[in-house]
Ligand binder design. Structure first.
Ligand code: HEM
Length: 460
C-alpha cells in the first residue's frame, strides 16, 4: 500500500477531507475512514473534481439554478414547520395561522420566509429560463433537460397556486376563485375540470384538503424527483454550457473545492440573508378571513397568473385561457428540437447580431404592449365594428391572427434586416413574447383598479 493512500488517524477533519479528495482516496482502516469515504463519494457524485475555469465566473450563470434550488429547500424546511400548526379546513385554516403568528415564537418569521421563498423562486426561475435561453443552453445534448426544467417550472407554479389558497383569507379565496373560474372557459370539459380542481361545485374544505395534499405531498415529491433528474442531466452533459472556441483544445480547469464551492456558499449565504431581511421587514400578510359572499374589488389572480387575467380583458376567453397558453407551451416544448444552423452556444445572446435583435425585440414588446392595451381599451371595440360576427371570431380568432402575423413578420424582419440566423431569430421571438407577457403582468398588478379599470399605481 503506497504512503499517499494511507490515512493519518491524527490529521484534522478538514485535512483528511482535503487529502482524500485531492491526493487520492483513503483506504478504509477504521469506521471513521469509512464515513469519510461515503462523504467524499457523495460530494464528488454531485459535483466533479475539476470544473472549466470559464464557468465559475459569476456572470456565466448568475448562480440562478443554484439559487432556485436553495429557495426550494427553504420552502420545504419552512413548510415542514408550518405543517405543525396549520389546520386544513375552512373553519380552522385562518385561525390556525393567526394563532401561529400571535402565539408562537418566530411563527410569523417562519411563515414569511415561506412566503418570500415561494415568490422569489418563481422570479429566480424566470431569470434562470432566460439565462438558459440567451446562452443557447437548451440545445443538444441538453434538450431533454430543458423539458425537465419546464416540468419543474410547472411544479413550482402548481406548488405556489395550491399554497395560495391555504391561508383562507379574502385575497387567497378570491384569487383561487378567479383562476379556477378561468378554467370554466375551456370548451366541452371546462365545467367538469373546474369541479375536479375545486373538488366540488364551490371552494370549501374539500378544496383546501385537495390543495393541501398536493401542496405538501405530491408536488414536493415530484419536485425532488425532477430536481435529481435535472442535476444528473447537467452532470451528464459535462457541466453547464460554455463557449466552444474552435481549435482551442481542452479548456483550462480548476478544482471544484474550494474554487466553485466557495462562490456557491457566498451566494447561498447572501440569498438567505436577503430572504430573512425581506421576511422581517415585509412580513407575509394575513387579511380578513375568507368571505364567500363578499368579493373584493378588484379581485386579482396571484401575480404570476396576472398576465393571463390581463389577456382575458383583451381576448375571447377561449383564446386567453386555452389557445394562447397551449400555443406558447407547445413552442417552449419544441424549442430545443427546432432545426437551426449551428448556434454559438455558451455565448450570451449567441452573437453580436443576437445581442442587437434581442434588444430590438425587447424594445418592441416594451412599446407595443402598452400601446395595444390603450388602443384596445379606448379606441377599438371589435364587437361594435364587426356587428353580427360571434365574439369568438371578433375578439378571439381575429386579434389572435393579427398577433400571429406580428410574430411571423418580426421573425422575417430580423432575418432580412439584421441578417440573423435561425437561432438568433427564434431567440428574438421568445424575447418579444416574454416581454409582452411581463408587461401584461405588470399592468395587471400595478395599473388595474376597481372594476379592472386602468389606473395609475398611485391612484389605486
Ligand atoms: C426548481 C427548479 C430548477 C432548479 C432548482 C434548477 C437548477 C439548475 C442548476 C443548479 C443548473 C446548473 C447551472 C445553473 O445554475 O444555471 C441548471 C441548469 C439547467 N437548467 Fe435548471 N433548474 C430549475 C428549473 C429549470 C427550468 C424551468 C428550465 C427551463 C425550462 C431549466 C433548464 C436548465 C437547463 C437546460 C440547464 C443546463 C444549462 C447549461 O448547461 O448551461 N431549469 N438548473
Amino acid at each position: 500500500m503506497s504512503e499517499s493512500r494511507q490515512s493519518d488517524p491524527n490529521a484534522s477533519l478538514i485535512a483528511r477531507v482535503w487529502r482524500s479528495v485531492f491526493r487520492g482516496p483513503i483506504l478504509p482502516e477504521s469506521d471513521r475512514d469509512r464515513k469519510w469515504i461515503v462523504f467524499n463519494t457523495l460530494l464528488l457524485h454531485a459535483r466533479p473534481i475539476r470544473v472549466p475555469a470559464s464557468t465559475i465566473r459569476y456572470t456565466h450563470t448568475f448562480g440562478l439554478g443554484g439559487m432556485s434550488l436553495l429557495l426550494v429547500l427553504l420552502l420545504m424546511g419552512s413548510g415542514a414547520l408550518l405543517m405543525l400548526a396549520y389546520e386544513p379546513s375552512s373553519q380552522g385554516a385562518h385561525d390556525s395561522l393567526a394563532s401561529l403568528e400571535r402565539d408562537v415564537l418566530f411563527g410569523r418569521l417562519v411563515r414569511s420566509v415561506h412566503y418570500w421563498s415561494a415568490n422569489l423562486v418563481v422570479f429566480a426561475l424566470c431569470l434562470h429560463v432566460l439565462r438558459v435561453l440567451l446562452t443557447g443552453a437548451f440545445r443538444g445534448p441538453r434538450q431533454f433537460n430543458w423539458i425537465v426544467g419546464l416540468s419543474l417550472l410547472a411544479c413550482v407554479l402548481l406548488s405556489n397556486f395550491t399554497g395560495y389558497l391555504l391561508p383562507w383569507d379574502q385575497d387567497s379565496y378570491w384569487a383561487v376563485t378567479i383562476v379556477t373560474g378561468m378554467v370554466e372557459y375551456v370548451p366541452l370539459v371546462g365545467g367538469w375540470l373546474q369541479r375536479v380542481i375545486r373538488s366540488g361545485a364551490e371552494i370549501g374544505t374539500s378544496t383546501i384538503l385537495t390543495f393541501y395534499a398536493l401542496h405538501t405531498t405530491f408536488v414536493p415529491g415530484a419536485l425532488i424527483a425532477l430536481m435529481a433528474l435535472h442535476f444528473w442531466r447537467v452532470r451528464k452533459a459535462g457541466g453547464v454550457v460554455r463557449p466552444d472556441v474552435p481549435g482551442a483544445g481542452r479548456p483550462e480547469t480548476v478544482l471544484f473545492l474550494p474554487n466553485l464551492l466557495i462562490r456557491e456558499v457566498a451566494v447561498a449565504l447572501t440569498l438567505i440573508a436577503c430572504v430573512l431581511a425581506l421576511a422581517m421587514v415585509f412580513p407575509a400578510a394575513l387579511g380578513e378571513a375568507a368571505n364567500p359572499g363578499m368579493s373584493p374589488n378588484p379581485a386579482k389572480a396571484p401575480w404570476y397568473f396576472m398576465g393571463f387575467q390581463e389577456l382575458l380583458l383583451h381576448f375571447d376567453p377561449v383564446f386567453a385561457v386555452l389557445v394562447i397558453p397551449v400555443v406558447v407551451a407547445a413552442g417552449l416544448l419544441s424549442l430545443p428540437y427546432l432545426r437551426c444552423e449551428a448556434a454559438r452556444e455558451g455565448n450570451w445572446f449567441l452573437s453580436d447580431t443576437g445581442r442587437r435583435t434581442t434588444g430590438v425585440a425587447a424594445l418592441l414588446g416594451l412599446v407595443a404592449t402598452p400601446a395595444w392595451i390603450v388602443i384596445d381599451e379606448f379606441l377599438i371595440d371589435p364587437a361594435a365594428s364587426l356587428p353580427g360576427i360571434p365574439p369568438v371570431l371578433s375578439y378571439g380568432a381575429l386579434p389572435f391572427a393579427i398577433l400571429l402575423g406580428v410574430v411571423v413578420g418580426f421573425f422575417v424582419f430580423v432575418k432580412r434586416r439584421y441578417g440573423a440566423g435561425d437561432s438568433e431569430s427564434i431567440q428574438a421571438v421568445f424575447i418579444l413574447l416574454g416581454t409582452v407577457f411581463s408587461i401584461l403582468t405588470l399592468i395587471g398588478v400595478w395599473f388595474r383598479g376597481k372594476g379592472m379599470a386602468l389606473k395609475w399605481p398611485w391612484n389605486l
